[in-house]
Design a protein around this ligand. Sequence first.
Ligand code: GLV
Ligand code: GLV
Length: 345
Amino acid sequence: VRPKVVICRHLGPAMPLLEDRKDIEVVLWPEDRSCERSWLLEQIKGAAGVLVFLSDRVNEELLEAAGPNLRVVSTMSVGYEHIDLPLMAQRKIRVGYTPDVLTEAVADICVMLALMAGRNDGAAYSLVKNGDWAKPKYAWSPFTFCGPQLSVTPSSPTRTVGFLGFGRIAQATLARLIPFGITHCLYTGSPSSRPDTARDAALQATHKLKALERVEADRLARESDILFVLTPGGAETYHLVDAAFLRKMKPMSVLVNTSRGSVVDSDALATALREKWIWGAGLDVVEGEPLISEDHPLVKEPQCVIVPHIGSATFQTRLDMATRAIKNLYGGLFGEEMPAELGKQ
Ligand code: GLV
Ligand code: GLV
């Protein structure tokens, strides 16, 4: 019998890669929205593989529903907060994900959010969209809509960028910021990772930085002018950015989160913005998404720019991610190499 695979969402232009295979049985969620849990729990019975997305929790419940045939879970994401990895290892279920192919697209959006949050783009853009530009109090004036500047100037010649987590996306973001004149880079590594002094010396030389240092969270908070949150999410990084962390940040600093909402305490961030502990925030991810509503304190906060988890949303990158997710699925189904397997690096 052909192995059954459940696909939790239509994969657009990558669909032929699935449909052209005659050696598998494909069960596809038919609607253009996240699949319903009850549908998934029903369809996954007896399946050998499943292709999931961020909102599909891969846990004990799902494995119970699937039964013993399940041998591969492929997620179309670089993040894996939704997957219980220790459980997968215990049950010997292989897990594929999609790193690398989205690095550049997400780094692009990191820079976009840093600029938007620093330069009041949320408030400025809504003003125009609301038709209020012509109101006398909003017409051009010397210091209206001013914000901190990302690039250096002769009168303000140093800038420190900070990264909470220093993986591929962080390094690609750093590279993009060099032409802005960034002079110092600080980052925190995960507690389990060893400092890589050779890599850091090479990065510092390549980018001609005055300093590139791995530091504790405390110094990162105190010294960063722009701080990017780029940790994996999950229990280890839960609320790393909390009220105590935000209190230490510079009043003119900008926080950007493009990783997982759970890393930043939303209530604390709303307070930090309201009470001007920091200047602004640019978020592609928010705790509790996509359920945050128009009266959420962060949505109401004028110095907070929020986009709905679109970091990797370019045609090219999403097609690359879908293709990689499908190849991972096949690798796991047929006992072959997967292009990107978690726990295998
Ligand atoms: C998006 O958040 C991803 O993990 O790919
Ligand atoms: C994600 O791919 C990262 O390593 O930052």
